[in-house]
Design a protein around this ligand. Structure first.
Ligand code: ADP
Ligand code: MG
Ligand code: MG
Length: 497
């Protein structure tokens, strides 16, 4: 019965834990050796602590009500991450911020980089049309707010050495900065209950929520109207609302009003006054923070596109503006990996170029680099990932499917809709993934490290450029793709080794 399952651990049972955790600290967890009853006890402790700490999500069946909430899925144990690569990821973040911002201000580069893609990808083409219209009219607002998340996996070479490789950078709607601000305490608690005080100290403090809010607050202050609000442009289904609420809370603490609106609200009640000030439901908007609008399905009608254009044309600060949104496309990521391209953005900073380039995963290819790369992918599809210009997880193509798609697009420009990327091969680590109604079973897991970057530019001056914290997401190695929101990955913490 449940009372026996939930009894506290006995002292001798606890003594089995250090062995397991010591192996984990060496980068080789061996949970198999751990007694199942202990794991079950620890999982209950972990879930309760997640609830206590506010690592929350609405349930799938009631995504627009907070009457029924549960813990956001997370790992039972933190995952070992080598300190050197972790610090490398933090150190390069402000340079990535600068890079994204400079790309967004380089219309010629964006035009050239995206030219072939917009011929075959309608979604990117529509975004690009808005970008062009804004350029033609002239940008109404010189304050720019960037909240990015650069994602990495740790590629493991045959000799066991590990290197930091970028999966992608997200310049729009990068999530989990809120919830990841609360997960460190959950894993610390789990480790303490497991008798591992020393390990618990190796989980770093992490507070992206306050860092993200600090940047939003800066942009709002520069906008300079106390009554104007920060508008969170949110999705229809708001399961992950708590992640955003953390940022809202921080803003309200600074007496900055926030409102939550959907595209539909902007369509129906949005307008610009003669100074291009944006009003929604009668409220002046200082900052539009897009937590929606990153995938085609978000644009359900022409009215939705009109709403996006209205916001872009306004004097409200956009996070991101349309050009920064485009700077985060996978096509741009691929073009950046070509020789000489990073130098364009950092002409006098070879050290910065080197630091960024060190994080690029292998060569990234497109149809333009010739048939040789396609032939390589056809010969060894398991070494590659084929990526369309999409966000939100679950869109990439792997293995034999790569051959099918490439062959179907043979000789056609359709291939330019994709980028071909070397597959990063991280070492699998065993862990338990805790999710509502999920079985408690050991899984071989792969992790992805995200680093949050924030910046505010006012005209030519970067008035803020920071690394705001990190996120570790872990998924079963059975799944090659898919994020937390997609129900595949779960929240985790790095345990520095
Ligand atoms: P999205 O914008 O949809 O999140 P990503 O580029 O992050 O697109 O790809 C989604 C997922 O696919 C990643 O979270 C990762 O698990 C996997 N993935 C993407 N690129 C690679 C790669 N080069 N090597 C290995 N896995 C990858
Ligand atoms: Mg993405
Ligand atoms: Mg991603």
């Amino acid at each position: 019965d449940s009372s026996s399952r939930r009894r506290p651990m006995l002292k001798q049972e606890r003594s089995e834990l250090p062995f397991v955790l010591k192996k984990m600290a060496q980068g080789m967890p061996d949970y198999i050796t751990m007694d199942r009853a202990l794991i079950a006890d620890l999982a209950e402790v972990a879930k309760d602590e997640a609830l206590l700490q506010g690592v929350l999500m609405r349930i799938q069946e009631a995504s627009n009500s907070s009457e029924l909430v549960t813990y956001a899925p997370f790992t039972l144990f933190p995952t070992p991450v080598p300190k050197a690569v972790f610090l490398q990821a933090l150190a390069v973040q402000t340079h990535y911020n600068t890079l994204v911002d400079r790309i967004s201000q380089d219309p010629d580069f964006l035009q050239e980089a995206l030219a072939s893609t917009i011929e075959v990808d309608d979604f990117t083409a529509r975004l690009f049309r808005i970008h062009q219209q804004i350029l033609k009219e002239g940008r109404a607002q010189s304050i720019v707010l960037g909240l990015n998340r650069s994602d990495y996996m740790l590629d493991q070479a045959k000799d066991g050495s590990v290197s930091l490789k970028q999966v992608e950078i997200n310049t729009i709607a990068a999530s989990f900065g809120g919830l990841s601000s609360r997960t460190a305490d959950v894993h610390r608690h789990v480790l303490k209950v497991a008798g591992k005080l020393e390990e618990s100290r190796r989980i770093l403090d992490n507070d992206p929520a306050s860092g993200l809010a600090r940047a939003v607050a800066k942009a709002w202050e520069l906008y300079g109207s106390h009554r104007a609000a920060v508008m969170f442009l949110v999705e229809e289904s708001q399961r992950n609302i708590f992640d955003q609420r953390y940022i809202e809370s921080h803003l309200w603490k600074r007496n900055i009003p926030t409102i939550r609106k959907r595209f539909d609200n902007v369509s129906k009640t949005g307008s610009l006054d003669q100074d291009k000030k944006l009003f929604v439901d009668g409220r002046e908007v200082a900052v539009v923070y897009f937590r929606n609008g990153y995938m085609p399905q978000n644009y359900v009608s022409e009215q939705t596109w009109d709403a996006r254009l209205l916001m872009e044309r306004s004097v409200a600060v956009k996070c991101p503006d349309i050009s920064t949104h485009l700077a985060g496309t996978k096509k741009v990521q691929q073009v950046l990996a070509r020789p000489g391209v990073l130098e364009r953005f950092f002409p006098d900073q070879p050290g910065v170029v080197e630091q960024i380039r060190a994080t690029f995963a292998g060569p990234l290819h497109s149809r333009h680099e010739g048939d040789k790369t396609v032939a390589m992918a056809l010969a060894a599809p398991d070494q590659f990932v084929l990526k369309p210009q999409r966000e939100g997880g679950g869109n990439n193509i792997y293995g034999a499917e790569i051959c099918r798609v490439l062959q179907a697009a043979e000789g056609s420009s359709e291939r330019t809709a994709y980028i071909l990327m070397d597959k990063i091969q991280p070492a699998a680590v065993q862990n338990y993934l805790l999710r509502r109604d999920g079985p408690l079973e050991i899984s071989n897991c792969l992790s992805e490290l995200g680093v949050f970057g924030t910046y505010v530019r006012h005209g030519k001056d970067m008035v803020m450029n920071e690394c705001a914290g990190h996120l570790l997401r872990t998924k079963s190695s059975e799944h090659s793709d898919g994020g937390v929101a997609a129900g595949v990955a779960v929240l985790d913490n790095p345990l520095l080794v």
